[in-house]
Design a binder for this molecule. Structure first.
Ligand code: LLP
Length: 404
């Protein structure tokens, strides 16, 4: 994804061409970037021979899941809907893990019937529910237990999941109780210790601390886990100069851990695979100035990309066609929704924009479309995937009639 003669291109296709054909706001993914990301993750963790389960919540587009399947990825799912999508995409059930604090009876039954690799349980209540289903079907169900390691992921508070105040996983004492309970159950086979401390992690030391907690616990338990599922969370660079995760150090620490405990490693990456492979193309509907700034009112809004409104996340915004004329005004990029948090970015160095220009919101591939909604009765945008010169429509734009 780059400029060619001042015009932005996704692989061989210019934004100018896309907006004519597909209108805006528009989600657009690059197949090449997706492939690069998968190969990057695979190469960084090669020595660990891990099972890589794509975290479907980050992007659950069926066509994208089908592409991931071709790269032999598994899936990390958190609902029956996501599990159904993963299966529909042809992902091997033996590479699917199911996480989440509130899996319902019917969701658990569906997962058990489909013989997925693991259900990562997050409470005693859930263990009892699984046991009930397993007993009634005379089955033995493979489970993992998710530990809350009380480790700071050093990321946004809203996307931290591994501190004791978070609802995820169980504390050490409950973990030990659950291990003992599962060991004595005829219907459960405990196979995995799972953990996920948060998302958009760029400091490998947080992961290292997490591994120390796991190590201590395994020693204490004296139990052999077939799998250790380390979750996802690997951060990406939303700003060009922001910190990068040191994969070498993380991988090295895991290798030591793996050798010591003789376990297979599972990862659940989402953002690191699809985050920077997707953009949103949006049109400037109006410009409105006040004394201090100029509002650039886009046709994309917080319902299309929630991250800025929900977490204060900052996504770079760039023009689709460069004119090299810097604006003296401060631009505030906002959407049309009736909420003051419907605001993407404030920029004081942007090029001069005018009505009907197009801009690009970067790194919107993860938790973009999957977090979108119909708030203000706005139809969801279309999604397209570019492969070289080919454009595939992978999600049709919703019609107003669909909403009414
Ligand atoms: N595994 C589990 C159990 C998770 O809860 C998550 C994300 C992942 C894996 C994938 O994490 P990733 O590799 O994508 O960081 N909506 C927020 C992110 C929420 C993440 C929730 N869990 C955002 O837009 O930043």
């Amino acid at each position: 994804m780059e400029y060619k003669n001042k015009n932005f291109y996704v692989e061989q296709i210019s934004i100018n061409k896309l907006v004519k054909k597909y209108k805006t706001p528009l989600y657009c993914y690059s197949y090449k970037k997706l492939k690069e990301n998968i190969n990057f993750i695979k190469s960084k963790f090669k020595k660990l021979s891990p099972i890589i389960c794509f975290s479907v919540k980050s992007n659950s587009n069926l066509s994208i899941l089908k592409e991931l399947k071709k790269f032999k990825l598994g899936a990390d799912v958190v609902s029956q809907g996501e599990l159904m999508k993963a299966l529909k995409a042809g992902i091997n059930p033996n590479k699917i893990v199911f996480s989440g604090v509130g899996k319902t009876f019917s969701e658990l039954a569906f997962a058990i019937n489909n013989k997925i690799l693991l259900i990562n349980v997050e409470s005693k209540n859930e263990v009892l529910e699984i046991e009930k289903i397993a007993k009634s079907q005379k089955k033995v169900v493979d489970i993992g237990i998710r530990l809350n390691p009380n480790t700071d992921a050093k990321t946004l508070k809203q996307i931290s999941t591994g501190k004791k105040e978070n609802k995820f996983g169980v504390d050490e004492k409950s973990f030990i109780d659950l291990v003992n309970y599962s060991k004595n159950s005829k219907y459960l086979k405990l196979k995995c210790l799972s953990v996920h401390i948060g998302s958009q992690i760029v400091d490998y030391k947080s992961y290292k601390k997490m591994l120390i907690v796991l190590s201590k616990l395994i020693k204490k338990l004296n139990f052999k886990f077939e799998y250790v599922d380390l979750g996802g969370g690997m951060g990406i660079q939303y700003q060009l100069d922001s910190k990068k995760l040191n994969y070498e150090m993380y991988s090295k620490a895991i290798l030591k851990f793996k050798k010591k405990y003789g376990c297979k490693i599972i990862f659940e990456p989402g953002r690191s695979i699809i985050g920077n492979a997707g953009i949103i193309i949006s049109k400037v509907i109006y410009l409105k100035e006040n004394k201090s700034k100029c509002f650039v009112i886009l046709d994309a809004a917080m319902n299309d990309l929630m991250r800025p409104a929900l977490y204060g996340a900052k996504h770079r915004i760039i023009p689709s066609n460069k004119n090299n004329k810097k604006s003296k005004k401060i631009y505030e990029f906002v959407g049309p929704i009736c909420e003051s948090t419907d605001k993407f970015l404030t920029s004081n160095n942007f090029q001069i924009l005018k009505q009907n220009d197009f801009i690009i919101i970067c790194d919107a591939g993860a938790y973009g479309y999957s977090l979108s909604s119909n708030y203000n009765s706005r139809p969801k945008p279309a999604e397209i995937m570019i492969k070289g010169r080919k454009i595939n429509l992978i999600q049709k734009r919703q019609k107003l009639a669909d909403l009414i």
